[in-house]
Structures are given as structure tokens and as C-alpha cells.
Design a protein around this ligand. Structure first.
Ligand code: NAD
Length: 503
């Protein structure tokens, strides 16, 4: 049996239960049907129905928010060491079911197994990393003044909402839920409607690890129903959101009446800037990896290549050769590098840019076509002869599509790099140290890598500027979001108190 056949057969076993019962919402440790009936989740591989999913809306969110509210005090007050033990057991549960998570994720989203097998384990790492900080998370500072002993302490903010997208949904959910639980918050999770399978697995794993009922609740549904209601719910104190920039703006509006704290991780149109003094072989590998891995459906993708005109022809020629050789195929085949796009809507959006590129006068140097008759497959695509004002250079396509633009001077490269609404990541390739220092200082991006692809290190801050988001995750930044700083001042003597109404 080939590895692909073996994976398909294993997946079939994992999906049997979903086909039988569908995916219910999980509220206060109970399966709960959706108040709006069900919707279906489809596989982008062949557009077949995977299963029914509970369709939740405001009433379901209300139940879940109340459950999270009721579970909060006990979870907050649990000794840190016990909370830590449970979170580590969640990591172990993820590791034990990593194959099931990866196969379900691939089938639900179209992501290739090559990348998703690691994403499941990254999810476990997220839990382990934040578990290790549970004990110190509440520690504060001692800020003595002449008359007071001032201390600060951090307390969890309360029940929080987590709203996640469909690209690498499992990993992204853990990236939000792990620090929230470690901080002592309870959670209502609204996964993306296009990818509900692994959110269900996560809540099961968490409960099996001993997470008390109501600490993590999952409500499926659509953005305008369940998502909006979560943002508006008065018992939810903060929303951690990952998704499009336009949706991020709605999240802020919807939460205004209840004064929500929001953390927004949004879109990107990230530049990879290649100077002629760089290690061009490594730059080529990294540029290709950052746009064509994960189907190009990654917020940190290097979707704009700014290449120095002195090396442009040679660099683009090598690029074309490599892009044409990328293996598109069944996501469960471990040799597949690009799988199908997540949905019909997204397939339509990405393929529309093939026409837009031509209309704008760019050249489709590689790809620009769909693959096969079933499923949402496209060829990895490269646009050349482009300039930075074109829509293909300004809009987030969110697929395996790269736009190459030449520059001649450092000043021109910097101007083009910053000439975008977004500011999530930037990738700079140069062996000129002084230039790297200068360039990174003025490049408008929340995260920059020099002579490297995106290599995540969990203690470092993750987040964007401009339309790419507000706030940071990672390290202690995550706790800053899920916790409130509290100041307490103790008088150390009889300092003078100004008397009013007294002679
Ligand atoms: P999306 O904004 O359409 O949906 C994301 C989530 O928001 C889904 O769960 C959806 O149901 C929900 N939602 C939609 N409308 C809502 C509303 N009015 N109120 C509340 N919730 C609502 O995004 P998507 O298409 O699922 O994901 C792709 C986008 O996510 C891309 O723009 C990508 O760049 C971005 N993304 C960003 C990061 C990051 O860290 N910056 C990471 C991954 C993805």
C-alpha cells in the first residue's frame, strides 16, 4: 500500500465518527446541537461533504459565554502548579493524536501533510511553552516610593473569545488558547466555518487532559452570526482574533459597546527584498518556501518579491524553473508540496488574479492555471513585469502566487516595500551589514528576518503594524493581553494626607 493509500485509509477511520454524529458544539463539557440547525463542511480535495456541523449563533454563544463565566473563578483560583499540569497533559494529548489532527486538517483545509504533520506538533509546543510560564505569569513588580510600598500583580482578564481562520486552524487556535488558559482565563472558541474538524479534536483532548467543563467551549457557526455575537457578549472581556483586515475592523466595531479589549492578527502583503550582494541560492530557497508552502495561505507569506535589477533576469529564470517543478497533488500524499485551496470562494478569488494580472499588463511567467476537474487545485504562479502600484502587488491574494518587481537602488526598494497598506513581515537578503541595519530600522513591519525565512521562536513578539494588526503574541506579550495589571500601594508610615473640610 502506498503512503497515500495508507493515509486515506487512516483518515477514513478517523472521520467515521464525524460522519455518524456530525460535529456538535461543546459547551460546559456537553455536546450541544446548534440553535440554527447544521451546516456542512466540505473537503476541498474533491468537494465531498465531510460531515454536518452544529450551526451556532447568538443563543449558542450566550450559553457558552455563561459557561465560561461560571467556570472562570475556579480556573483562575486553581493553584498554578495544577493548572500547569493540566496544560502539559493537553500537550501530551495533542502529541498522542498528532496524526489524526494532521490528517483531518489536510482533508478539511487542503493543506499538504508535509506541513500539517509539523503544525499539529507545533500546537503541542505552544501548550508546553505557555505551561512553563504559568507559575510566573502573575508575578509583578515592587516599585517602592518614599511613602508607599507599591506592588503590581497580574490577574486574568476573565472569559475571552477566540476567533480563528481556516489556514492552519489547529496551530493558530493553540497559539491563542494555550496562553489564555495558562493566564487563568476561560475561553469561547469560534473556529472558521470552513475548518471545524480540528477545533473539535482540541476541545476533546483538553477535556480528556482534565480541563474542567466550561473552561474551553467551542461554538461553530459563521462570522456574522456566532462571531459577531461573541464580540458583542458582555461577559466576554476580550477577543483574540486572527483573520482578514476587513473583518478585524468589524471586530473592533462590534466590541465597542462592551468596551472589548481586542488583539488583531490580520492580513499581509509581505516583501522579500533581494539585493545583488546576497547569498542568492539561499534567498531563492527562502523566497520559494515563504510563498508556496502552506498553499500560500499564510499571513506571513512573502508574496511580493523585490529583486535588484542587476540580478533580476537570472533570479527570475531560476524561480520559474523551480516554481514549475513544485508538486501539486493530493494533500495526504507526503510528497505533495501544494494542495487544493480551501473553498470554492477562495479558489474563485485566487484565480481571478490570473485575469487581473494580465489586464494590468503583467506577465504570467509560471502557473496561472487550475489543475484537474475536481477540487480547488491551482498551479503555483509567478507574475513578472509587474510594478508596485498594480493590484497584484497591493492586494492580499492568499494563495501560491508571487509577484516579482524589480528595483535599482536601496531607497527605491525601501519605498516600495513600505508602499502597502499592510505591515506584517519583511524578509531582507543582503550581506551588507550596515545596509541591513539601516533598512530594517525603517522597514514598516512587525517582524523582519534578515537572510532567513520566517523561523518562529516562541518567546519573540509576533504581530503586525498598519492594516496587519494590533497587539503582539509570544513570550510575555501574550500574558499582557490575557491579563490585567493591578497596582496596590501600602502606606509604610504616617505620610501627610491633605485634609479637606478641616481647619
Ligand atoms: P476571515 O476574516 O474571513 O475569518 C476569520 C474568522 O472570523 C472566521 O472564524 C470567521 O467566521 C470570523 N468572522 C468573519 N466575520 C466576522 C464578524 N463580523 N465578526 C466576528 N467574526 C467574524 O479570514 P479567513 O478568510 O478565515 O482567513 C484568512 C485571513 O486571515 C487572511 O487575511 C490572513 O492573512 C489572515 N491571517 C492572519 C494571521 C496573522 O497572524 N496575522 C494568521 C493567519 C491568517
Amino acid at each position: 500500500m502506498s503512503v497515500l493509500d495508507d493515509n486515506i485509509s487512516k483518515l477514513d477511520g478517523f472521520l467515521a465518527r464525524f460522519r455518524e454524529t456530525g460535529i456538535q458544539n461543546r459547551i460546559a463539557g456537553q455536546d450541544v446541537a446548534g440553535s440554527q440547525g447544521v451546516f456542512q463542511t466540505l473537503s476541498p480535495v474533491d468537494t465531498s461533504v465531510i460531515c454536518d456541523v452544529a450551526h451556532g449563533a447568538a443563543a449558542d454563544i450566550d450559553k457558552a459565554a455563561n459557561a465560561a463565566h461560571d467556570a472562570f473563578a475556579a480556573w483562575r483560583d486553581l493553584p498554578a502548579a495544577e493548572r500547569r499540569r493540566i496544560i502539559i497533559r493537553i500537550a501530551e494529548g495533542i502529541e498522542a493524536r498528532a496524526e489524526e489532527i494532521a490528517l483531518c486538517e489536510c482533508w478539511d483545509t487542503g493543506q499538504a501533510y508535509k506541513f500539517m504533520s509539523k503544525a499539529a506538533l507545533r500546537g503541542a509546543e505552544n501548550f508546553r511553552y505557555f505551561a512553563d510560564q504559568v507559575v510566573q505569569a502573575r508575578d509583578g513588580q515592587h516599585l517602592k516610593s518614599p511613602t508607599l510600598m507599591n506592588i503590581t500583580t497580574r490577574v486574568p482578564i476573565g472569559p475571552v473569545g477566540v476567533i480563528t481562520p481556516w489556514n492552519t486552524p489547529f496551530m493558530l487556535s493553540t497559539w491563542k488558547i494555550a496562553p489564555a488558559l495558562a493566564a487563568g482565563c476561560t475561553v469561547v472558541h469560534k473556529p472558521a466555518e470552513a475548518s471545524p474538524l480540528t477545533a473539535r479534536l482540541l476541545v476533546e483532548i483538553a477535556e480528556a487532559a482534565g480541563l474542567p467543563p466550561g473552561v474551553l467551549n467551542t461554538v461553530n457557526g459563521f462570522g456574522e452570526g456566532a462571531g459577531k455575537a461573541l464580540c458583542e457578549h458582555p461577559k466576554i472581556k476580550a477577543i483574540a482574533f486572527v483573520g482578514e483586515s476587513g473583518t478585524g475592523s468589524k471586530i473592533v466595531k462590534q466590541g465597542a459597546d462592551t468596551l472589548k479589549r481586542n488583539h488583531l492578527e490580520l492580513g499581509g502583503k509581505n516583501p522579500v527584498i533581494v539585493f545583488d550582494d546576497a547569498d542568492l541560492d539561499r534567498a531563492l530557497d527562502a523566497a520559494i518556501f515563504m510563498i508556496y508552502s502552506i498553499n500560500g495561505e499564510r499571513c506571513t507569506s512573502s508574496s511580493r518579491l523585490l529583486v535588484q535589477d542587476t540580478i533580476r533576469d537570472a533570479f527570475e529564470a531560476k524561480l520559474v524553473e523551480r516554481v514549475n517543478a513544485i508538486k501539486v497533488g493530493h494533500p495526504l500524499d507526503p510528497t505533495t508540496e501544494v494542495g487544493p485551496l480551501v473553498s470554492q470562494d477562495h479558489f474563485d478569488k485566487v484565480t481571478r488574479y490570473f485575469d487581473i494580472a494580465t489586464q494590468e499588463g503583467a506577465t504570467i511567467a509560471a502557473g496561472g492555471e487550475t489543475v484537474g476537474d475536481a477540487g480547488y487545485f491551482v498551479r503555483p504562479t509567478l507574475f513578472t513585469q509587474a510594478h508596485n502600484k498594480m493590484r497584484i502587488a497591493q492586494e492580499e491574494i492568499f494563495g501560491p502566487v508571487l509577484t516579482s518587481i524589480p528595483f535599482s537602488t536601496e531607497a527605491e526598494a525601501l519605498e516600495m516595500a513600505n508602499d502597502t497598506a499592510y505591515g506584517l513581515t519583511g524578509y531582507l537578503w543582503t550581506n551588507d551589514l550596515t545596509r541591513a541595519l539601516r533598512f530594517t530600522d525603517t522597514l514598516e513591519a512587525g517582524m523582519i528576518w534578515v537572510n532567513s525565512e520566517n523561523v518562529r521562536h516562541l518567546p519573540t513578539p509576533f504581530g503586525g503594524v498598519k492594516a496587519s494588526g494590533i497587539g503582539r503574541d509570544g513570550g510575555d506579550w501574550s500574558f499582557d493581553f490575557y491579563m490585567e495589571q493591578k497596582h496596590i500601594g501600602f502606606a509604610t508610615g504616617q505620610h501627610k494626607i491633605t485634609k479637606l473640610g478641616a481647619l
